[in-house]
Design a protein. Structure first.
Length: 251
Protein backbone atom coordinates (compact mmCIF):
# COMPACT_ATOMS: atom_id res chain seq x y z
CA UNK A 1 0.00 0.00 0.00
CA UNK A 2 1.41 3.39 -1.02
CA UNK A 3 1.85 6.12 1.56
CA UNK A 4 -0.82 8.78 1.80
CA UNK A 5 0.23 11.95 0.00
CA UNK A 6 -2.37 14.00 1.85
CA UNK A 7 -1.15 12.81 5.23
CA UNK A 8 2.36 13.86 4.31
CA UNK A 9 1.11 17.22 3.06
CA UNK A 10 -0.61 17.85 6.37
CA UNK A 11 2.54 17.07 8.33
CA UNK A 12 4.49 19.42 6.05
CA UNK A 13 1.91 22.18 6.57
CA UNK A 14 1.91 21.74 10.35
CA UNK A 15 5.70 21.69 10.52
CA UNK A 16 5.85 24.83 8.40
CA UNK A 17 3.45 26.62 10.72
CA UNK A 18 5.39 25.51 13.79
CA UNK A 19 8.59 26.83 12.28
CA UNK A 20 6.88 30.11 11.46
CA UNK A 21 5.53 30.70 14.97
CA UNK A 22 8.88 29.65 16.44
CA UNK A 23 10.64 32.33 14.41
CA UNK A 24 8.06 35.10 14.22
CA UNK A 25 6.49 34.81 17.69
CA UNK A 26 9.70 34.29 19.69
CA UNK A 27 9.58 37.73 21.29
CA UNK A 28 5.90 37.42 22.13
CA UNK A 29 6.37 33.96 23.64
CA UNK A 30 9.17 35.33 25.79
CA UNK A 31 6.97 38.24 26.91
CA UNK A 32 4.10 35.89 27.72
CA UNK A 33 6.44 33.67 29.70
CA UNK A 34 7.70 36.70 31.61
CA UNK A 35 4.11 37.72 32.40
CA UNK A 36 3.35 34.28 33.81
CA UNK A 37 6.61 34.18 35.77
CA UNK A 38 5.78 37.58 37.29
CA UNK A 39 2.44 36.25 38.52
CA UNK A 40 3.95 33.07 39.94
CA UNK A 41 6.67 35.00 41.75
CA UNK A 42 4.22 37.52 43.24
CA UNK A 43 1.68 34.98 44.46
CA UNK A 44 -0.77 35.41 41.58
CA UNK A 45 -2.88 32.70 40.03
CA UNK A 46 -2.96 31.42 36.45
CA UNK A 47 -6.01 30.57 34.36
CA UNK A 48 -6.60 29.51 30.76
CA UNK A 49 -9.83 29.77 28.77
CA UNK A 50 -10.90 28.61 25.35
CA UNK A 51 -14.25 27.89 23.74
CA UNK A 52 -15.06 24.95 21.49
CA UNK A 53 -11.96 23.43 19.95
CA UNK A 54 -9.95 26.38 21.28
CA UNK A 55 -10.52 24.86 24.72
CA UNK A 56 -8.28 21.92 23.81
CA UNK A 57 -4.96 23.84 24.09
CA UNK A 58 -6.27 25.37 27.34
CA UNK A 59 -7.05 21.96 28.79
CA UNK A 60 -3.68 20.68 27.58
CA UNK A 61 -1.80 22.82 30.11
CA UNK A 62 -3.98 22.04 33.14
CA UNK A 63 -3.11 19.19 35.54
CA UNK A 64 -0.80 17.25 33.30
CA UNK A 65 2.55 15.54 33.54
CA UNK A 66 5.35 17.99 32.84
CA UNK A 67 2.99 20.92 33.25
CA UNK A 68 2.95 23.92 35.52
CA UNK A 69 0.85 22.96 38.53
CA UNK A 70 -0.57 26.46 38.95
CA UNK A 71 -2.39 26.59 35.61
CA UNK A 72 -6.16 26.37 36.09
CA UNK A 73 -9.00 26.05 33.57
CA UNK A 74 -11.58 28.83 33.52
CA UNK A 75 -14.64 26.90 32.41
CA UNK A 76 -17.76 28.41 30.88
CA UNK A 77 -20.60 25.86 31.01
CA UNK A 78 -21.67 24.78 27.56
CA UNK A 79 -18.68 26.10 25.62
CA UNK A 80 -15.65 24.17 26.87
CA UNK A 81 -16.09 21.08 24.71
CA UNK A 82 -18.20 19.37 22.08
CA UNK A 83 -19.95 17.15 24.62
CA UNK A 84 -22.76 19.67 25.06
CA UNK A 85 -25.88 18.67 23.15
CA UNK A 86 -26.46 19.86 20.57
CA UNK A 87 -22.83 20.63 19.80
CA UNK A 88 -23.90 23.76 17.92
CA UNK A 89 -25.06 25.29 21.22
CA UNK A 90 -21.45 25.95 22.19
CA UNK A 91 -20.89 28.03 19.07
CA UNK A 92 -24.07 29.97 19.74
CA UNK A 93 -23.07 30.74 23.33
CA UNK A 94 -19.79 32.27 22.11
CA UNK A 95 -21.87 35.03 20.53
CA UNK A 96 -23.91 35.88 23.63
CA UNK A 97 -23.21 39.33 25.09
CA UNK A 98 -22.83 39.42 28.87
CA UNK A 99 -21.85 35.79 29.37
CA UNK A 100 -18.16 36.54 29.96
CA UNK A 101 -18.97 39.19 32.55
CA UNK A 102 -21.16 36.75 34.46
CA UNK A 103 -18.43 34.12 34.42
CA UNK A 104 -15.73 36.49 35.64
CA UNK A 105 -17.96 37.89 38.37
CA UNK A 106 -18.43 34.41 39.84
CA UNK A 107 -14.86 33.19 39.29
CA UNK A 108 -11.93 33.32 41.74
CA UNK A 109 -9.95 35.61 39.42
CA UNK A 110 -8.60 38.79 41.00
CA UNK A 111 -6.22 41.63 40.24
CA UNK A 112 -2.68 40.42 39.63
CA UNK A 113 -3.72 37.08 38.16
CA UNK A 114 -3.03 36.03 34.57
CA UNK A 115 -5.72 34.85 32.15
CA UNK A 116 -4.74 33.19 28.88
CA UNK A 117 -7.60 33.49 26.39
CA UNK A 118 -7.48 31.20 23.36
CA UNK A 119 -9.69 31.97 20.38
CA UNK A 120 -8.71 31.17 16.83
CA UNK A 121 -10.83 33.88 15.24
CA UNK A 122 -10.95 36.23 18.23
CA UNK A 123 -14.09 37.74 16.72
CA UNK A 124 -16.90 36.41 18.91
CA UNK A 125 -18.42 38.27 21.83
CA UNK A 126 -17.27 35.81 24.50
CA UNK A 127 -13.45 36.04 24.09
CA UNK A 128 -13.54 39.78 23.34
CA UNK A 129 -15.69 40.55 26.37
CA UNK A 130 -13.64 38.15 28.50
CA UNK A 131 -10.46 40.06 27.69
CA UNK A 132 -12.01 43.50 28.14
CA UNK A 133 -13.52 42.66 31.52
CA UNK A 134 -10.45 40.80 32.75
CA UNK A 135 -8.21 43.77 32.13
CA UNK A 136 -10.74 46.06 33.83
CA UNK A 137 -10.42 43.81 36.89
CA UNK A 138 -6.65 44.27 36.90
CA UNK A 139 -5.67 40.95 35.32
CA UNK A 140 -2.91 40.47 32.78
CA UNK A 141 -4.34 38.98 29.59
CA UNK A 142 -2.44 36.82 27.13
CA UNK A 143 -4.34 36.24 23.89
CA UNK A 144 -3.64 33.31 21.59
CA UNK A 145 -5.34 33.91 18.27
CA UNK A 146 -4.92 34.21 14.52
CA UNK A 147 -4.46 37.87 13.69
CA UNK A 148 -5.45 37.12 10.09
CA UNK A 149 -9.10 37.03 11.16
CA UNK A 150 -8.92 40.66 12.25
CA UNK A 151 -7.73 41.57 8.77
CA UNK A 152 -10.12 39.41 6.77
CA UNK A 153 -13.34 39.14 8.83
CA UNK A 154 -15.56 41.44 10.88
CA UNK A 155 -15.97 41.39 14.65
CA UNK A 156 -19.11 39.93 16.19
CA UNK A 157 -18.72 42.06 19.32
CA UNK A 158 -20.67 45.29 19.67
CA UNK A 159 -17.37 47.21 20.01
CA UNK A 160 -16.20 46.06 16.59
CA UNK A 161 -12.93 44.90 18.13
CA UNK A 162 -11.15 41.55 18.31
CA UNK A 163 -9.47 39.61 21.10
CA UNK A 164 -6.07 40.90 19.99
CA UNK A 165 -7.16 44.46 20.78
CA UNK A 166 -7.56 43.79 24.50
CA UNK A 167 -4.45 41.82 25.47
CA UNK A 168 -1.20 42.63 27.22
CA UNK A 169 0.54 40.04 25.03
CA UNK A 170 -0.70 38.52 21.76
CA UNK A 171 0.54 35.20 20.41
CA UNK A 172 -0.33 34.93 16.72
CA UNK A 173 -0.87 31.34 15.56
CA UNK A 174 -0.67 32.45 11.90
CA UNK A 175 -3.50 30.06 11.03
CA UNK A 176 -5.25 31.03 7.80
CA UNK A 177 -8.90 32.07 7.93
CA UNK A 178 -11.00 28.91 7.78
CA UNK A 179 -8.48 26.71 9.60
CA UNK A 180 -7.97 24.14 6.85
CA UNK A 181 -4.57 23.38 5.39
CA UNK A 182 -5.44 21.07 2.50
CA UNK A 183 -7.53 20.97 -0.64
CA UNK A 184 -7.93 18.04 -3.00
CA UNK A 185 -9.79 17.17 -6.16
CA UNK A 186 -13.01 15.43 -5.28
CA UNK A 187 -13.25 17.10 -1.87
CA UNK A 188 -15.26 20.30 -2.18
CA UNK A 189 -14.47 21.78 1.24
CA UNK A 190 -10.94 22.58 2.44
CA UNK A 191 -9.89 20.29 5.29
CA UNK A 192 -7.18 19.25 7.79
CA UNK A 193 -7.15 21.98 10.48
CA UNK A 194 -3.83 22.68 12.21
CA UNK A 195 -4.89 25.24 14.83
CA UNK A 196 -4.88 22.75 17.71
CA UNK A 197 -1.35 21.56 16.91
CA UNK A 198 0.05 25.06 16.59
CA UNK A 199 -1.83 26.63 19.50
CA UNK A 200 -0.92 23.77 21.85
CA UNK A 201 2.72 24.24 20.86
CA UNK A 202 2.50 27.97 21.58
CA UNK A 203 1.05 27.24 25.02
CA UNK A 204 3.76 24.72 25.91
CA UNK A 205 6.49 27.02 24.60
CA UNK A 206 5.12 29.86 26.71
CA UNK A 207 5.14 27.76 29.87
CA UNK A 208 8.68 26.61 29.08
CA UNK A 209 9.68 30.28 28.80
CA UNK A 210 7.96 31.00 32.12
CA UNK A 211 9.81 28.14 33.82
CA UNK A 212 13.09 29.46 32.42
CA UNK A 213 12.41 32.94 33.79
CA UNK A 214 11.51 31.56 37.22
CA UNK A 215 14.75 29.61 37.44
CA UNK A 216 16.67 32.75 36.50
CA UNK A 217 15.06 34.42 39.55
CA UNK A 218 16.03 31.57 41.82
CA UNK A 219 12.49 30.17 42.02
CA UNK A 220 11.84 26.50 41.35
CA UNK A 221 8.84 26.24 39.00
CA UNK A 222 6.11 24.05 40.55
CA UNK A 223 5.92 21.38 37.86
CA UNK A 224 3.89 18.17 37.95
CA UNK A 225 5.33 14.73 37.30
CA UNK A 226 3.60 11.81 35.63
CA UNK A 227 1.51 9.71 37.97
CA UNK A 228 2.62 6.71 35.94
CA UNK A 229 6.24 6.89 37.08
CA UNK A 230 7.46 5.79 40.49
CA UNK A 231 7.17 8.59 43.02
CA UNK A 232 5.00 10.72 40.75
CA UNK A 233 1.95 10.79 43.01
CA UNK A 234 4.03 11.66 46.04
CA UNK A 235 5.80 14.47 44.18
CA UNK A 236 2.52 15.92 42.92
CA UNK A 237 0.96 15.69 46.36
CA UNK A 238 3.76 17.80 47.82
CA UNK A 239 3.45 20.40 45.07
CA UNK A 240 -0.33 20.62 45.43
CA UNK A 241 -0.07 20.97 49.19
CA UNK A 242 2.50 23.74 48.95
CA UNK A 243 0.56 25.67 46.33
CA UNK A 244 -2.94 24.59 47.33
CA UNK A 245 -4.23 28.16 47.62
CA UNK A 246 -3.51 28.71 43.92
CA UNK A 247 -4.76 25.38 42.55
CA UNK A 248 -8.49 25.25 41.86
CA UNK A 249 -8.91 21.98 39.93
CA UNK A 250 -8.84 20.00 43.19
CA UNK A 251 -11.78 21.85 44.77
Amino acid sequence: MSESKLAGQFFDAAIGLLQRVRDEEAASVTAAGETIADAVASGGRLFAFGAGHSSLPAQDVVYRAGGLALMNLLAVPGVVGVDVMPATLGSALERVDGLAAAVLDTSPLKSGDVLVIISLSGRNALPVEMAMNARALGLKVIGVTSVAYARETSSRHVSGTFLKDHCDVVLDSHIAVGDAELTHEGIEAPFAPASTVVTSALMQATLAAAAERLVERGIEPPMLRSGNVDGGHEWNGRVMTEYGDRIFYRR
